[in-house]
Design a protein around this ligand. Structure first.
Ligand SMILES: [Zn+2]
Length: 436
């Protein structure tokens, strides 16, 4: 048995630790400055060839992101597949004319034939806005919202593409977020329709660590849904009966991020925030949640609303606008390190155990868990916590068995099971369904 503080995602891998040290605040600053240089990255802004070559508008941003991924791929002997997902949206609310929207992504294919189908994904949105969501002419720098998240995706691609992982990592940047999550919705629907096995989505949106006096740069919030937005009526009945409202797949992912932060010191600590998102706000992780994928949102501890969705101006001595000078690039680098460490840990780990069940045939004070073996797992372990605890508190190895009986009542704790690789990397945990 282990104490909660000792429960991590497995031992640190020296190669991953070395890659994390390469994450560079100066590189992130250069990415954000470049994105801001396109002046206005509204999804409705220019994307014709002349504007692209003049370096104005969302089309220029899109081409630049492609070229960055292509550069990373060249540096690793073509290890990245650089792709786009383009579609036309509108007229709909906040998109008055039919508008082409393009998501840009790079795929680092997993090297293990059994695990390459498993996908972990990091995303940020490269579109921006100012005070008027339909304004495509005035500056909309979007340095923090969401140049910072875009830079995290790019920086994760740059350093992780130098390594190889059993499972696949996708580095995504989407457009259309400010119009209504159009880019991420299209991408998540495509992934669902094509049967992609996405285990985890990390959405970074407003991770710039705005330099306001009340900011806490030691903390990054990690938002996760409780009752899944994609839950069926049967799911909801189980959640109600068993107290499962804090055990969605997204919440397990959030807890995993906390475990990763105990394996690797990223320079910033996750503050698990048990709600889908902030008041009055939404984000691209919702698009993935709606398709049933585990997805969480990273956002700085304290936001400064003068620096979001505002025309650049000074009024009554207050500076408005989402400018690079308000961004703490060291903070973004730390957030990128936590993201990269999570991607690397999950992509190194085996698949989660299959068909995890808790036997409930008769009333008894012991608890028996069963599951199906998965490729790449050398052993399995049970996790449990008190029903009132936010994080997993104890573990018990089951060796390579697929069944474990624990001398405690299932009524008093919440259980899960996770897979453990030969080198100790841990999978996401799976909460059992009752079997009668
Ligand atoms: Zn945003």
């Amino acid at each position: 048995m282990q104490a909660q503080d000792a429960i991590n995602a497995g031992p640190a891998d020296p190669k991953v630790a070395a890659a994390l040290r390469q994450i560079d605040a100066k590189q992130i600053q250069a990415s954000i400055d470049k994105l801001v240089s396109f002046q206005n990255r509204s999804t409705l802004s220019a994307q014709d060839a002349a504007s692209v070559s003049a370096g104005h508008g969302i089309g220029a941003a899109r081409e630049w992101i492609k070229s960055e991924f292509a550069k990373d791929s060249q540096a690793c002997g073509g290890c990245l597949e650089v792709k786009t997902d383009t579609f036309t949206e509108g007229p709909v609310d906040r998109i008055p004319q039919p508008t082409e929207i393009t998501n840009v992504y790079a795929v680092l294919k997993g090297t293990d034939p059994e695990s390459t189908k498993r996908i972990v994904l990091v995303t940020g949105h490269y579109d921006s806005r100012n005070s008027d969501n339909l304004n495509v002419t005035d500056a909309a720098p979007g340095a923090n919202d969401d140049g910072s998240g875009t830079a995290v995706s790019l920086e994760c691609a740059r350093v992780l593409s130098q390594l190889k992982f059993p499972a696949t990592i996708v580095f995504l940047t989407v457009a259309g977020e400010e119009q209504g999550f159009n880019g991420s919705r299209h991408f998540a629907q495509m992934a669902k329709a094509q049967g992609w096995d996405i285990e985890a989505v990390l959405n970074d949106d407003i991770v710039g660590g705005d330099r306001s006096a009340q900011q806490d740069p030691s903390v990054i919030r990690v938002f996760s849904e409780g009752v899944p937005v994609a839950a069926s009526d049967t799911d909801l009945r189980l959640i109600r009966n068993l107290g499962g409202e804090s055990d969605s797949a997204s919440r397990q992912l959030a807890r995993y991020v906390a475990q990763v932060s105990r394996t690797y010191d990223a320079g910033v600590k996750p503050a698990l925030t048990f709600r889908l998102d902030r008041y009055l706000r939404g984000g691209d992780h919702l698009s993935f949640n709606q398709q049933g994928f585990a997805a969480v949102r990273f956002t700085e501890y304290r936001e400064d609303y003068h620096h979001q969705h505002q025309n650049v101006r000074t009024e009554d001595g207050i500076e408005y606008g989402d400018l690079p000078k308000f961004v703490n690039f060291e903070y973004v680098a730390a957030v990128a390190r936590l993201n990269a460490a999570t991607l690397a840990s999950l992509a190194s780990a085996p698949a989660p155990p299959g068909k995890v069940h808790l036997l409930t045939k008769e009333l008894q004070n012991d608890s028996t868990l069963t599951w199906e073996a998965v490729p790449g797992a050398a052993s399995y372990e049970a996790l449990w916590r008190s029903t009132t605890s936010p994080e997993w508190e104890h573990t018990q190895s089951a060796g390579n068995a697929t069944r474990l009986t624990l001398p405690m009542s299932k009524d008093n704790v919440i259980f899960a099971v996770r897979s453990v690789a030969k080198d100790g990397q841990r999978s996401l945990p799976v909460v059992p369904v009752p079997e009668r």
